[in-house]
Design a binder for this molecule. Structure first.
Ligand code: ARG
Length: 475
């Protein structure tokens, strides 16, 4: 160790290996490679705020429990506050020789307030400390994500409201199926993202127990008050098993699973935007704000943001996979493997937050070409089901027979090169003599859409009532 802090960190009994906080029983320094693989400050510095919050709550509890004196506690709190200020100012010295965020904070505290710093770690271990810090971080990520999902939903709802009765083709197999409205299509994503937000809320509720006080793994002989620290840190209660508290990371896995599913939904919407933006579809336009040009083809306007959102899901799924593989087969309790929990989780949430923001921006930005969508809504004999339903309703045909007659009508329209509303009545009557010209009332896309009034259907009234429901939820 070369910097001037080394003395401050030597504990009285630390011997030659005294630069490490755990060095009491060691007589040699770790190999450089050992340090290289062991060190985590490069990434777990992102837990700094959580680590400080945990230490503050822990110190206050130790005072109340009579484990440390009020002078020591006051010194610790003051020192932690100074550290917080250093971090805010960007002057906190993050140092690799202190391995991780927990020991960096403690080392700095010792430099600032002297030996009293060593009392902060009473009745605590880095095992419950990291479990706490990481849980707090994931909890905050869940909160931020829910917030962002709501913002995206608001963007979708307001676009849907503006186009609640704009006709567009509904697809199955990416083949024209039945006409729907653009508002209805967008509201489908509002439902999906609503479930995503609920998954984060569920995960948050389940993870909201404080592991602090589990100590290394077995609990503490000190008269600690785990309710007090749990409450101070916004948890519902302390965790009930000390081994489980330091050994499990299912809260992160669950959040990553929710992140993956949310990213899958984002990816599907992104893919639709990519398809809709093609000149062949021409359903929507994005402004220059969310598109890029080509360095060689001057005519191009590429939906890069949508493509990147489409691709990002690999990161969330990758993170889930990484952490699941880290955790599988680990015997209770803590193993250093678990230090590998953070990087994938941080990266996944960074990517998710960026994707959600970009998608909210794109949704607000996109302008549908409603004339083009409406024209496409009638293509591909998309009202064939309406003809079949008419035959069932008006002529009491069994649906299977109606389906057959309609199939023949589509075939005839194809031969004549017209659409279904353009098929002359005598042609229809040649297939089923009882057909009247009342049938034309149901063959336009607008009539088809207006008729689908079942709960959750695409009739504009239904779409508007769902929009209103969501506006209340999202208010
Ligand atoms: N940096 C460690 C981690 O992230 C902190 C816990 C270390 N605990 C231990 N017993 N070595 O997992």
């Amino acid at each position: 160790m070369t910097d001037d802090s080394s003395d401050a960190l030597k504990t009285p009994s630390a011997g030659q290996a005294g630069q490490a906080m755990w060095g009491g029983r060691f007589s040699d320094k770790p190999a450089e490679l050992m340090q290289a693989i062991n060190v985590s400050i490069g990434f777990d510095r992102r837990l700094a705020a959580q680590d400080l919050a945990g230490s503050r709550a822990h110190a206050a509890m130790l005072l109340k429990a009579g484990v440390i004196s009020s002078e020591d506690e006051a010194g610790i709190q003051k020192g932690l506050q100074a550290i917080e200020a250093e971090m805010a100012a960007g002057s906190f010295p993050f140092r690799e020789e202190f391995e991780d965020i927990h020991m960096n904070v403690e080392a700095r505290l010792r430099e600032l307030i002297g030996p009293a710093a060593g009392r902060l770690h009473t009745a605590r271990s880095r095992n419950d400390q990291v479990a706490l810090d990481f849980r707090l971080w994931v909890r905050e990520a869940c909160d931020r994500t829910q917030h962002q999902i709501k913002a995206l939903q608001r963007a979708l709802v307001s676009k849907a409201e503006a186009h609640a009765d704009a006709l567009m083709p509904g697809f199955t197999h990416l083949q024209p199926a039945q006409p729907v409205t653009f508002g209805h299509h967008l509201m489908a994503y509002v439902e999906m993202f609503g479930r995503d937000a609920a998954r984060f809320a569920d995960a948050r509720a389940r993870m909201n127990e404080s592991p602090l006080g589990a100590a290394a793994l077995a609990g503490s002989p000190f008269p600690i008050d785990r309710q007090m620290t749990a409450q101070a840190l916004g948890f519902d209660r302390p965790t009930a098993n000390s081994l489980d508290s330091v050994a499990d990371r299912d809260f992160a896995l669950e959040a990553l699973a929710a992140a993956t599913i949310c990213a899958v939904h984002l990816s599907r919407l992104a893919e639709e935007i990519v398809i809709w933006m093609t000149p062949q579809f021409g359903f929507v336009k994005l402004s220059d704000a969310f598109t890029t040009g080509s360095s060689i083809m001057p005519q191009k306007k590429n939906p890069d943001a949508a493509e990147l959102v489409r691709a990002k899901v690999g990161r969330m799924l990758g993170a889930f996979t990484q952490l699941a593989v880290v955790m599988k087969g680990l015997p209770l309790t803590y193993s250093k493997d678990m230090q590998e929990d953070k990087v994938p989780t941080f990266e996944a949430f960074d990517a998710l937050e960026l994707s959600l923001a970009a998608m909210a921006g794109m949704v607000a930005d996109l302008t549908p070409d409603t004339a083009r969508m409406a024209a496409a809504a009638g293509a591909g004999y998309s009202t064939a089901t309406d003809l079949a339903d008419w035959l069932v309703r008006e002529l009491n045909l069994p649906f299977r027979d109606a389906h057959h007659v309609t199939g023949a009508a589509v075939k005839r329209a194809e031969q004549l090169g017209c659409d279904l509303p353009g098929l002359p009545l005598d042609e229809l009557q040649a297939l089923e003599p009882r057909i009247t010209d009342g049938v034309y009332d149901v063959l336009t896309p607008a009539a088809s859409v207006a008729s689908r009034r079942s709960y959750g259907g695409t009739a504009p009234d239904q779409v508007r009532s769902q929009i209103n429901r969501w506006k209340e939820i999202l208010a």
